[in-house]
Design a binder for this molecule. Structure first.
Ligand SMILES: NC(=O)C1=CN([C@@H]2O[C@H](COP(=O)(O)OP(=O)(O)OC[C@H]3O[C@@H](n4cnc5c(N)ncnc54)[C@H](O)[C@@H]3O)[C@@H](O)[C@H]2O)C=CC1
Ligand SMILES: O=C(O)[C@H]1O[C@H](OP(=O)(O)OP(=O)(O)OC[C@H]2O[C@@H](n3ccc(=O)[nH]c3=O)[C@H](O)[C@@H]2O)[C@H](O)[C@@H](O)[C@@H]1O
Length: 446
């Protein structure tokens, strides 16, 4: 089948590459000419394991093309996928400007029957709006379908080629049959529903996952006060199939381009129909507070931050991505600078993207390795659970720091790894591990 994906962000690019991999003729379109030129040179604009290889293979075989010519690619396509961004407006609502622009561009380019699929995350009712825009501008027949995207950054290729489920929201039997056929090579779990339910499934799924994270973070905060270990609590809860073990990892809260944006948007969607989504509002509030636990732990261990050197390991919002959108590291570093600390920072791949947030580049010392970051630090904070940090030799780390204060924002280190070190060790919701530290006990009793 001939497919066009409009927008070459995570969703458009990864989907385009994966659908070419399973035998379709794919064109990926972007209005950003520089990005298209880079893609045509074989450069992958995002860090995503496995993507480069598949992209090279399918461009070489002629199954995959990149262009800025939206009109021609729409005309050649059987199915057109809208994959442009829907960032937050100041109100929290989704900005639909890009989606509506693309709907107009598709309408003006159409030359016959098309299936128009929205993969962007859009509020309930948006696909009806897209239908209205196209039917006002084009005399040609078309069907509108909502197929929300559930891929995760860092495992996007795997998630796209082996999804848990595909949701097809449409009132057209013809479109439902074509799209079921298209997705069959990926999974048997294909659900056909109406458009508005499909739109809501996407927001409800992200909001539920965000709720699990804020829930376990609050349990972790209580564990710290009552002497329980949140990792054991999560494990014990997870054996119950009704609860499940995923998304119960306590830490510094969720970030990224989607959970923060989509939780705010769903609160607004509810608000627009006079419903106060109290639970989700609390999920957001808990998440906003959670990152500042790192600051409280630093204040507890260092006292005043003025003139102290604090190392940061991890800037991306999670491992295996160079995406720094809404990364908790940003708020944490800004607060440290405000409190007078000297900040050294390192991420295996996201440093370049992260530096753009700082007008004055010299505010932070950007380092090239984990050990260089730790050298001469009064405290070190692990904010992203990259495997490189998990595998570090803590005894060697202990030796290079000025003061052995280690704040593990992702609970990556074990009792065994901490043995034979004198770290004053803090983590999230594991008070027993913290009390093992001899240095901390001596500080506490000073
Ligand atoms: N990033 C992710 O992991 C996921 C994102 N989503 C949703 O998918 C949507 C897209 O997200 P990302 O892929 O992160 O997008 P992104 O914001 O990284 O990229 C969007 C791309 O669309 C292009 N674009 C904008 N207007 C255009 C136009 N008129 N014509 C051609 N190209 C145009 C931009 O130049 C940009 O390259 C959002 O609604 C997001 O919520 C859903 C699941 C996962
Ligand atoms: O709509 C989207 O864009 C996507 O949003 C998330 O994917 P993503 O943001 O790539 O990353 P996740 O793996 O979900 O992690 C999000 C954040 O939650 C945090 N997290 C995750 C899991 C956990 O147990 N604890 C926790 O703190 C991560 O560190 C990260 O900051 C969803 O998992 C995808 O299904 C969805 O398609």
């Amino acid at each position: 089948m001939e497919l066009t994906f409009i927008g070459t962000g995570y969703v458009g690019l990864v989907s385009g590459v994966c659908f070419s991999e399973i035998g379709n003729q794919v064109t990926c379109v972007d209005k950003d000419l520089d990005k298209v030129a880079r893609l045509n040179k074989g450069e992958v604009p995002i860090y995503e394991p496995g993507l480069q290889e598949l992209m090279e293979k399918n461009t070489a075989s002629g199954h995959l093309k990149f262009t800025a010519d939206l009109a021609t690619s729409v005309q050649n396509a059987d199915i057109v996928f809208i994959c442009v961004g829907t960032p937050s407006l100041a109100s929290g609502e989704a900005n639909l400007e890009y989606v509506e622009q693309v709907a107009q561009d598709i309408a003006l380019a159409m030359n016959g029957y098309k299936i128009v699929v929205t993969k962007s995350t859009v509020p309930v009712g948006t696909n009806d709006k897209i239908k209205q825009i196209i039917s006002q501008l084009s005399p040609h027949p078309f069907d509108i379908v909502s197929i929300p995207e559930f891929l995760r950054e860092g495992s996007a290729v795997k998630d796209t080629l082996r999804p848990d489920r595909i949701i097809i929201g449409t009132s057209s039997e013809r479109a439902a049959a074509t799209l079921t056929e298209l997705h069959k090579p990926l999974t048997d779990e294909i659900m056909v529903t109406e458009v508005r339910s499909a739109e809501m499934i996407k927001y409800a799924s992200n909001a539920f996952l965000a709720t699990k994270i804020s829930f376990i973070n609050e349990i972790a905060n209580i564990c710290e006060k009552v002497g329980a270990d949140v990792t054991h609590v999560a494990q014990g809860m997870g054996y119950d199939k009704r609860i499940g073990s995923s998304f119960l990892q306590a830490g510094i809260g969720y970030g990224g381009s989607c959970f923060p944006k989509d939780t705010h948007a769903l609160i607004q969607i509810a608000g627009n129909v006079d419903y106060e989504f109290k639970l989700l509002k609390s999920v957001v509030e808990v998440n906003n507070d959670q990152r500042f636990n790192i600051i409280s732990k630093l204040n507890h261990s260092l006292g005043s931050m003025q003139g102290k050197t604090v190392g940061i390991w991890g800037l991306a919002f999670k491992p295996n991505t160079d995406d720094v959108r809404e990364a908790p590291a940003l708020d944490i570093i800004k607060t440290l600078l405000q409190e007078g600390a000297v900040v050294k920072a390192y991420d295996p791949i996201a440093t370049e993207n992260f530096r753009r947030f700082f007008r004055n580049e010299s505010d932070v010392q950007w380092c090239d390795s984990a050990m260089e970051t730790a050298e001469s630090c009064d405290a070190l904070c692990l904010l992203t659970d990259w495997s490189e940090f998990k595998e570090i030799d803590l005894r060697e780390l202990n030796g290079v720091m000025k003061q052995p204060i280690l704040i593990d924002g992702r609970n990556v280190y074990s009792k065994e790894q901490l043995a034979d070190t004198n770290f004053q060790y803090y983590s999230i919701g594991r008070p027993e591990l913290e009390s093992l530290s001899p240095f901390r006990n001596s500080v506490a009793s000073d």
